[in-house]
Design a protein around this ligand. Structure first.
Ligand code: DQA
Length: 148
């Protein structure tokens, strides 16, 4: 079927709506998940929405995704800039990967301007707010249908 996708969220994204609204807007994590589920249903995609604050748990989720999912959308949050382990796990996943950030990491502090994921991702979306999640789902749908 080629229609199973997972959105993986890294540390502190569970506190969306509460944390740094000037960067991430006011949408809550729960509302974000609901919006993603709605868009996925419209496109006939089966979505799992995952989040962890723990690096090793994220590595396990990415490893397990090999068997169960056709594409990964990942906002690795702070681990984007630091985690070789998450990069290595993603590199083992031989299907489409979209890197996602709510904020424009290239307009922020210098330490955020380096991503260890970008060069192994299929593509990326950043700086478009929570709507980036919806755009990522649409793009993944096209990638899986070979319509890109
Ligand atoms: C983020 C950007 C990261 O630098 C930051 O650590 C986050 C969120 C984003 O979505 O804009 O937690 O990935």
């Amino acid at each position: 079927m080629n229609n199973k996708i997972i959105i993986i969220n890294g540390p502190n994204l569970n506190l969306l709506g509460e944390r740094e609204q000037s960067q991430y807007g006011s949408i809550t994590f729960k509302n974000l998940e609901e919006n993603c589920i709605k868009k996925s249903k419209e496109l006939d995609l089966k979505l799992k929405f995952a989040q962890s604050n723990v690096e090793g748990e994220l590595v396990n989720i990415i490893q397990d995704a090999r068997k169960d999912f056709d594409g990964i959308i990942i906002n690795a949050a702070a681990f984007t800039h630091t985690s070789v382990a998450i990069r290595d796990a993603l590199n083992i996943f031989k299907k489409p990967i979209i890197e996602l950030h709510i904020s424009n990491i290239y307009r922020r502090e210098e330490f955020r301007q380096k991503s260890l994921i970008s060069d192994i991702a299929t593509g990326g979306i950043f700086g478009l707010g929570a709507n980036g999640y919806i755009l990522a789902i649409i793009s993944m749908h096209k990638l899986l249908k070979n319509e890109n």
